[in-house]
Design a protein around this ligand. Structure first.
Ligand SMILES: Nc1nc2c(c(=O)[nH]1)N[C@H]1C(S)=C(S)[C@@H](COP(=O)(O)OP(=O)(O)OC[C@H]3O[C@@H](n4cnc5c(=O)[nH]c(N)nc54)[C@H](O)[C@@H]3O)O[C@H]1N2
Ligand SMILES: Nc1nc2c(c(=O)[nH]1)N[C@H]1C(S)=C(S)[C@@H](COP(=O)(O)OP(=O)(O)OC[C@H]3O[C@@H](n4cnc5c(=O)[nH]c(N)nc54)[C@H](O)[C@@H]3O)O[C@H]1N2
Ligand code: SF4
Ligand SMILES: [Mo]
Length: 763
């Protein structure tokens, strides 16, 4: 008999590792099971759990990560364009050739047009400290500079509007404090689906268990409305500032606001508190003294679709069930007049004196007390010799008419840009096409080689942005290189990402690619400072330790003990504005008046009271059912879904199976269009069109449709998108004050496709 040869399986090593730090809203811990140089399984956090230092439990995307990690479509070699831009025709080239080409183009463009013609766009694919777009920014800065960017696609309006009220972005308590709240308004906030700091949904659940009443205000019956709230209020998109104004009206006329707090801590509430006499106070606005329109619940009901009695009841509940949290999501400020809704929410918190106290919440951006929470980048990006900076969302303007852009376009640092963008080096970004608004406007800009002369995209997949590149560089995933990270927005943790496996093909890490470019640009030693990636991780750990966490373990301790993550427990949650509340004269705010500015002279001085009023107002959006009722009667939005991190994971088959890309439409809207559940529909407006299966659901309010953002743009030969990318429909118009994305403000029509049509997302 032949002897049975039994292969002894190789040992499996279980390594705690941070989930690849995309811009997913969370920062979680995974356990990678590694065998024979391959990750064979991912589990989540197994460490002890407590309220002060909760586990960092992974979401469905982290758990499904291996489908992305070992995807057959990973880019494996550098690629050079052979066909026309956007044709998708490329040929493989060597790294030597690729790096020479890119370095040569950087030098050529700098020589011909100046450093401000070089551009590293917004790109959030890697928030890891040692890899991602900020590493390319370091390269550019050390090698002579590039046009800078400020603000984000995420929360441009709230980023600039919050300080106009409070003089700071640190308006949030540590989240453990939500357990002290008796009332929680989740306003356009969906943490059960869009991660907003790992565990935010968990803390809300605990707060509710502790007795808080939770109300969710959203055009969609979101997963948060379903799983975290006692009540869902459906509101027409873009009208929240009207409901907030009416709530303030109820509080004013029913005497439910905190007179004393408003008198001692605020500016601009009524005629007694105006910095410049004769201006319209907030009370004037609410009572309609100047415009003749009192902001009554009836007035707001007409605009918002929320019954007047509900608006009045929520006003009374929020004003009397104290302390209370009014938490604003970012979706409703990624809209036409996003600044207004942010300021109006802050004013409600101020009128009810719900700040500076346990269980309260000041609204606004809500970075975490006492110090703003996470540190974003501790990896040094260097000083940029170019002083000019543009709002991130206006990069297409800088391609088209950079040299005419001034402060009127949000330009900072210089009076006028001295160059158009001529070279783009996009790292960890799908914002050239997929994630920027109005794709059919962007594409001709990218195709025109007389405008941007050279485009390089560094990614893991052939994204829609990469298709428009002249050079595509294949990057490692986070499991294939070293990294370290702190929280996304909240939390007091540091998460390690040790290298677990070798990259496939010829993939290289962002750091390595940039370092080799630095060699070619003559700044290699300055870029490296003698460190490899592991040594940069040590450097970042030292920075975290120096700046925030003196007790932070060393890299050796992390590795020896397989820690994965380290958390500083929040035993006594910090409360924002505690000192100011106690003594506003001794601890004034960082606003011009030192008070909470319901009226802002800064805004008044912008000289555009219609679009940038000094007190928060409801301003009808530039696109909406009242403006374009006939051709495109449905309001649309594209929420952040469980399927993806923006466009990342769109090609993850497990996630597509769990959350197939569809347009969500109310059965009433479907019925008048003869549309049945599951059938293929055409969604369109003047900017573009797509073919997508539809989902009939009463969980979206009538008059509104939802196309979850981030699906990959896949046009057919007629330009009709088959992938369900919402940005073929969105508008590139920006918000007036912050120059921010208003990508949620757009209208569409939906119709049946011809019977038997084969179009549409096939996955
Ligand atoms: N799963 C997942 N989570 C993520 C991300 C992701 O891609 N996927 N991305 C992360 C990033 S970078 C960011 S910036 C954040 C974004 O976080 P948000 O901007 O807050 O997310 P959205 O899904 O756009 O909007 C949140 C909710 O607001 C609702 N909404 C939209 N318009 C309005 C409106 O006018 N009024 C009201 N009341 N509600 C409205 C939407 O239906 C949605 O339920 O999410 C983070 N978390
Ligand atoms: N219509 C609409 N559009 C939106 C939004 C919306 O709500 N509605 N949301 C906006 C918001 S809030 C944001 S933040 C932006 C996000 O837009 P982006 O910052 O472009 O984010 P992603 O689409 O995830 O693209 C990141 C890319 O990085 C790649 N990547 C991942 N890891 C790495 C890495 O380590 N190295 C490299 N080189 N590449 C890597 C991924 O494959 C992916 O292609 O989208 C915005 N666009
Ligand atoms: S929330 Fe982000 S970090 Fe956490 S598991 Fe999901 S994708 Fe990973
Ligand atoms: Mo974002």
């Amino acid at each position: 008999m032949k002897p049975v040869v039994q292969k002894i399986p190789s040992p499996v090593t279980r390594i705690r590792v941070g989930c690849p730090a995309h811009n997913c809203g969370g920062r979680c811990l995974l356990i990678a099971h590694v065998q024979d140089g391959r990750i064979i399984r991912l589990d989540s956090d197994d460490r002890p759990d407590s309220l002060a230092a909760p586990q960092l439990r992974a979401c469905v995307r982290g758990r499904a990560y291996l489908r992305r990690q070992y995807h057959p479509d990973r880019l494996l070699t550098p690629l050079k364009r052979t066909g026309s831009r956007g044709s998708g025709q490329f040929q493989p080239i060597s790294w030597e050739q690729a790096l020479d080409i890119l370095a040569g183009q950087i030098l050529r463009v700098r020589e011909r047009y100046g450093s401000a013609a070089l551009f590293v766009p917004y790109g959030t694919g890697s928030y890891n400290q040692v890899n991602g777009s900020h590493v390319a920014r370091r390269l550019m800065n050390l090698a002579g500079g590039c046009l800078d960017i400020y603000n984000s696609y995420s929360w441009a309006a709230t980023n600039l509007a919050t300080p106009t009220v409070y003089g700071t972005l640190v308006t949030g308590n540590q989240r453990q404090d939500w357990l002290n709240a008796r009332y929680i308004l989740m306003w356009g906030w969906n943490p059960a689906e869009m991660r907003d700091g790992t565990n935010s949904d968990y803390f809300i659940r605990l707060a509710r268990q502790a007795g808080a009443r939770v109300v969710c205000i959203d055009p969609r019956h979101s997963l948060s409305a379903a799983s975290l709230a006692d009540e869902w209020i459906a509101i027409r998109p873009g009208t929240d500032a009207a409901m907030m104004s009416a709530m303030a009206y109820v509080m004013l006329t029913e005497d439910l606001y905190d007179h004393e707090f408003v008198r001692t801590h605020c500016q601009g509430f009524d005629a007694n508190q105006m910095p410049s006499p004769g201006e319209e106070s907030y009370s004037d606005y609410l009572l309609g003294v100047r415009d003749g329109q009192p902001k009554t619940p009836d007035w707001a009901a007409e605009i918002t679709g929320v019954p007047a009695s509900t608006i009045a009841r929520i006003a009374r509940e929020y004003a009397t069930t104290k302390p209370g949290v009014l938490y604003q999501g970012y979706g409703m400020q990624r809209r036409a007049y996003g600044e207004q809704v942010v300021r109006a929410g802050c004013v409600l918190a101020a009128m009810t004196a719900n700040l500076g106290v346990p269980g309260g919440w000041a609204s606004g951006l809500g970075l975490q007390a006492p110090d703003g929470g996470t540190l974003w980048t501790v990896f040094p990006t260097g000083e940029n010799p170019v002083r000019a900076s543009i709002p991130v969302f206006l990069w297409t303007e800088a391609c088209l008419r950079g040299k005419s852009m001034t402060a009127a376009d949000g330009v900072l640092g210089v009076e006028r840009l001295d160059a158009d963008i001529k070279l783009i080096y996009a790292v960890a970004s799908n914002c050239l096409v997929n994630q920027h608004a109005d794709i059919n406007r962007t594409i001709p800009i990218l195709q025109d080689e007389s405008k941007v002369e050279f485009i390089a995209v560094q990614d893991q997949f052939m994204t829609s942005s990469a298709r428009f590149a002249d050079l595509v560089l294949p990057a490692c995933t986070q499991f294939e290189t070293w990294g370290v990270e702190d929280g996304w927005k909240y939390g007091d943790e540091v998460i390690l990402q040790p290298k677990l496996v070798e990259p496939p093909g010829e993939c290289r890490s962002d750091y390595q690619i940039c370092a080799e470019l630095a060699d070619r640009l003559g700044v290699g030693p300055a870029f490296r400072e003698g460190r490899d990636e592991r040594a940069w991780v040590e450097f970042c750990l030292d920075e975290f330790r120096r700046l925030r966490f003196p007790e932070l373990p060393t890299l050796d301790e992390f590795l020896d003990q397989n820690l994965g993550a380290w958390t500083r427990p929040a035993e006594k949650p910090a409360i924002a504005f505690e000192d100011f509340r106690r003594d506003p004269d001794a601890y004034p705010l960082n606003t011009p008046s030192g008070k909470i500015e319901i009226f802002s002279q800064q805004l008044q001085d912008r000289g555009n009271p219609t679009e940038i009023p000094p007190i928060p107002k409801y301003i009808p959006e530039w696109e909406g059912p009242m403006v374009t009722p006939k051709a495109y009667p449905l309001q649309a939005l594209g929420h952040h879904s469980l399927h993806r991190v923006h466009s990342t994971h769109d090609n993850n088959d497990w996630l597509e199976e769990a959350f197939p890309q569809r347009v969500f439409i109310n059965p009433l809207d479907a019925a008048v269009r003869g549309i049945h559940d599951g059938e293929l529909v055409r969604v369109f407006n003047a900017r573009g069109e797509m073919a997508l299966p539809c989902r009939l659901s009463v969980r979206i309010m009538p008059g509104v449709v939802d196309i979850p953002q981030g699906a990959w743009y896949e046009p057919d030969e007629n330009g009709c998108d088959q992938g369900g990318c919402v940005n073929v429909l969105t508008s590139a118009r920006w918000t007036p004050f912050a120059f921010g994305s208003a990508q949620h403000t757009f209208n569409v029509e939906v119709e049946r496709f011809g019977a038997g049509s084969q179009a549409g997302r096939a996955r």
